[in-house]
Design a protein around this ligand. Sequence first.
Ligand code: SAM
Ligand code: SF4
Length: 326
Amino acid sequence: MEDRFGRQINYLRISITDRCNLRCLYCMPQDGIATRPRDEILRMEEILRAAEIALQMGINKFRLTGGEPLLRKGVIPFIKSLALWPGVKDIAVTTNGVLLQQLGGQLFDAGVKRLNISLDTLDSEKFRLITRGGDFKQVWKGIEKVLEIGFQPVKLNIVALRNFNDREWVDFARLTMDYPLHVRFIELMPIGTSWEMAGDSFASCQEIKDQIEHALGELCPKPKVQGSGPAEYYTLSGAKGTIGFIHAMSNHFCADCNRLRLTADGKLRPCLHDQHEVDLRDALRTGAGDEKLRQLFVKAVALKPANHHLATGAPAAGRGMCQIGG
Ligand code: SAM
Ligand code: SF4
């Protein structure tokens, strides 16, 4: 599918649950976001039907996210079914890593080869603070386990937070010397609960890059890592992994946007930062045929804006990342 700005849309990010087992400060309020009643959340077979239509429309790359996707019952059989369809090129997962020790092997066998794992600090106490109770060791062991299993690439997503992890940016970069990890710094976006903290906590990718180069030497630009989307990659001399920067705010990447999102409650979302949504759930539940469902995908693609306006101060869209699927 091509949108009105000539972008090829071949990637669907599916939020398979709005629930989470962590409460990251920038993503969720303390008590969690009021999750949708269970019957408003798409059933796994409805998500599979949506993915089938997406595939018919030329979407061949899928990412499961959430909330925490590994919490969703039925996630492994879902991936197995998706992976069996001819034409599906890639299934990736974005996870907080809490359940990777238990589920890493099953995910790999089901057909996932690429993982993005969120990790904002390497310090156990700070990890507990930022996630409101998470166990760093549990996640780190999960990371070691998936490297051992052979996932490739394994990317670490680090939301850059001034006065929280700024003294660790260099340590994260150093990890790439010892591990084949792709560490990616993401600029904090003023969305959901981070709307208030974004001003004080924001740090730009340029600042992080300067700090790393000052401490560890020149970063050499790298060709894109598989499935790298909006990140820009570099490597340190002799490193096993790479260092990526996602300039979500300072230099946005909308011109290359190739994606649609499907929210856990069944809305197709043309842009992370735009309120427009196209309801797929009703159609799925009222027995709509392939043609009707395809039209809804076409409608969503037609609604993709040229770019988002977060950096120029426009208000962020109403839902938070954990609801839309970051
Ligand atoms: N629970 C999974 C996880 O944490 O990886 C998947 C969902 S989470 C919403 C997806 C990604 O969005 C995470 O890497 C998280 O750090 C990122 N994220 C959430 N809120 C953000 C914000 N305000 N700005 C930038 N990234 C954010
Ligand atoms: Fe949960 Fe991921 Fe949001 Fe953290 S970033 S609260 S792990 S959905």
